[in-house]
Design a binder for this molecule. Structure first.
Ligand code: NAG
Ligand code: NAG
Ligand code: NAG
Ligand code: NAG
Ligand code: NAG
Length: 423
C-alpha cells in the first residue's frame, strides 16, 4: 500500500509538472506592449504554437515597427518565414550570448525545420564583436551581422528565453522562398508525395475545387498515402454513394491553416472538417505521442506520416490510413473479436460539460466507473442504447471527447487521492 501511495503521489506531481512546463509565448509577450506587433504576428502565422511546443527555445523579438518594412510588402507566408528565423532552437540569455565559445556560432532556427530551407538559410550567425557587442545575422556565409542583441526580456531557465535584437534578420533567400498558396498545384504535390489515389479521387469527385476555393482562408489537407489504399483493412470506397465519397474526401481537410505545432496544441480538442455539417458531425480529434501526431476519428486512429507542404495559408500532410468518419463507419469495419459489452456515449456533453460516467471510448483500461468524487454534478447516466451508429447528432463529439474526459477523470481522481493521503 505504501508503494501504491508513492505511485499515486508521483503520478499527481508528474501531471502538475507537465502543466507548469507548458509555454505560452503569447501570454509572456502580452506583458510587453512594446512587442505587441511581433506578438500578434506570432499568433496570426501560428509560429506561436510552434514555439509553445518546443524547448529549449529562444525568441528574438523586435520592438513595434521592426517588421513593418516586410509586413506591408510580403504575403503572410514570407512573414512567417522571417519570424521562424527569429526562433532559435537553443537557450540563449545575456550571459550565455557573451560567453559563446570561439566567439561565433551558427544556431539552428525554426525555419530550418520547415523543409523549405536551403544550405545555411535556416541558421543564424551569432558573433561576439569587439567591445562585447553581440551581432546577429543570417547563417549564409558572408552575410552582414547587422542586427545586435539589445536586451534580455524574459527567461525561464533553461527552456524559454525572450531577447530583443535591434533589427530583423531577413536574407534575400527567405523573401522569395514561398510560392503563393493559390499558385500551388495541390494534385501535383500529392502525386509527388506518393498520394496518387487520393489525388485522383479529389479530381474525379470535384472536391479539388472545394479545396481550392478554401485555400485563401486557410486549409489543411490530410492525404492518405497510396499504401493506405492498399491496406488489408482499407474500406471499399466503391460501395459509397457519390455524396458519401464527397463527404469522406472533405473529411480529410480542415478549413484552417494548422501546421504541426498547431495540431499538437489542439490535442484533446475537437476539430471540425470541411465535411462538418452540424455540431460534432464529421469531427476529428488529435492525439500526440512525443513528436508523433495522430488523428482520432472515433472509429480509428491515423498517424500523420509526413509534411508535404507548410506554407501559410496551406498545409498538406500525408496520413498512413484513410480517415473513417463515425457518420459512415460508426463501427470498426471488421468486427473486433468478442467485443466487450458496450455502453453508449451519453448524448449531449459539450466540450466543458461534466464527465459522463461511462463512454464508448476505445480504452477498456479506463472503463471502470470513475469514483463519485470526480463527477461532482452527478452526470446523468444514460441507459445503453442498442446501436451507437445511428444515435443522436452529438454522437461523434461524445466518442471523440471520451478519451480526453477519461484522462481528466483519472487525473482528478488521482489528485483527490493524493490530497487525501497528504492531509
Ligand atoms: C524545462 O524543461 C524540462 C525538460 O522538458 C522540464 O523537465 C522542466 O520542468 C522545464 N522547466 C521549467 C521551469 O519549465
Ligand atoms: C495563451 O495565452 C493567450 C493570451 O493570454 C490565450 O488567449 C491563449 O488561449 C493561450 N494559449 C494556450 C495554448 O493556452
Ligand atoms: C559569422 O559571420 C562572420 C562574419 O560574416 C564570419 O566571419 C563567421 O565565420 C561566421 N561564423 C560562423 C560560425 O559561421
Ligand atoms: C498539376 O499537376 C498535375 C499532376 O502532376 C498535372 O496533371 C496538372 O496539369 C498540373 N496542373 C497545373 C495547373 O499545372
Ligand atoms: C443510419 O441512418 C441512415 C440515414 O439516416 C440510414 O440510411 C441507415 O440505414 C441507418 N443505419 C442503421 C444501421 O440504422
Amino acid at each position: 500500500m505504501a508503494a501504491f501511495r508513492r505511485l499515486l503521489l508521483a503520478f499527481s506531481f508528474v501531471s502538475v509538472t507537465m502543466l507548469a512546463a507548458a509555454t505560452n509565448i503569447t501570454e509572456i509577450l502580452d506583458a510587453y506592449p512594446e512587442y505587441s506587433e511581433f506578438n500578434d504576428l506570432l499568433s496570426r502565422t501560428k509560429v506561436a504554437d510552434e514555439i509553445n511546443s518546443r524547448e529549449p527555445v529562444t525568441v528574438c523579438v523586435l520592438p513595434n515597427g521592426g517588421l513593418s518594412s516586410y509586413t506591408g510588402k510580403y504575403p503572410l507566408s514570407v512573414v512567417k518565414s522571417i519570424l521562424s528565423l527569429h526562433v532559435l532552437l537553443d537557450y540563449f540569455d545575456g550571459p550565455k550570448l557573451h560567453k559563446i565559445s570561439e566567439g561565433s556560432i551558427l544556431s539552428t532556427t525554426l525555419y530550418q525545420t520547415t523543409g523549405n530551407s536551403d544550405g545555411k538559410l535556416g541558421f543564424v550567425n551569432i558573433t561576439v564583436l569587439r567591445g562585447g557587442k553581440v551581432g546577429f545575422g543570417s547563417g549564409i556565409p558572408g552575410s552582414p551581422l547587422d542586427s545586435s542583441y539589445t536586451k534580455s526580456v524574459k527567461q525561464v531557465p533553461y527552456n524559454v528565453s525572450v531577447i530583443e535584437i535591434s533589427q530583423a534578420i531577413a536574407p534575400a533567400g527567405i523573401l522569395t522562398a514561398a510560392p503563393a498558396a493559390s499558385d500551388v498545384n495541390i494534385t501535383g504535390l500529392l502525386v509527388k508525395a506518393g498520394c496518387k489515389n487520393f489525388a485522383a479521387l479529389i479530381v474525379s469527385t470535384g472536391v479539388l475545387k472545394v479545396y481550392e476555393s478554401a485555400v485563401d482562408n486557410g486549409l489543411t489537407i490530410f492525404a492518405p498515402n497510396d499504401e493506405a489504399f492498399k491496406a488489408a483493412d482499407a474500406p471499399d470506397l466503391t460501395t459509397l454513394t457519390n455524396a458519401e465519397l464527397v463527404s469522406i474526401l472533405q473529411y480529410h481537410a480542415l478549413a484552417a491553416y494548422s501546421p504541426i505545432g498547431t495540431l499538437k496544441e489542439s490535442k484533446d480538442k475537437i476539430l471540425t472538417t470541411l465535411a462538418t455539417n452540424g455540431a460534432g458531425k464529421y469531427a476529428l480529434g488529435v492525439t500526440t505521442d512525443g513528436d508523433s501526431v495522430s488523428l482520432d476519428t472515433g472509429v480509428d486512429i491515423s498517424r500523420i506520416a509526413s509534411t508535404v507542404l507548410d506554407s501559410t495559408p496551406l498545409c498538406i500532410f500525408t496520413v498512413d490510413s484513410i480517415l473513417l468518419p463515425v457518420e459512415l463507419y460508426g463501427k470498426p469495419p471488421s468486427p473486433a473479436p468478442a467485443p466487450a459489452p458496450e455502453t453508449s456515449p451519453s448524448p449531449s456533453p459539450a466540450a466543458d460539460a461534466p464527465a459522463p460516467e461511462s463512454a464508448a471510448a476505445p480504452a477498456p483500461v479506463l472503463s471502470p466507473p470513475a469514483p463519485p468524487n470526480s463527477s461532482p454534478d452527478g452526470a446523468p447516466s444514460e441507459g445503453p442504447t442498442a446501436d451507437s451508429q445511428n444515435s443522436t447528432s452529438d454522437n461523434a463529439g461524445g466518442v471523440l471527447e471520451a478519451p480526453a474526459l477519461m484522462k481528466m477523470v483519472l487525473t482528478g481522481a488521482v489528485s483527490v487521492f493524493a490530497c487525501v493521503l497528504l492531509s
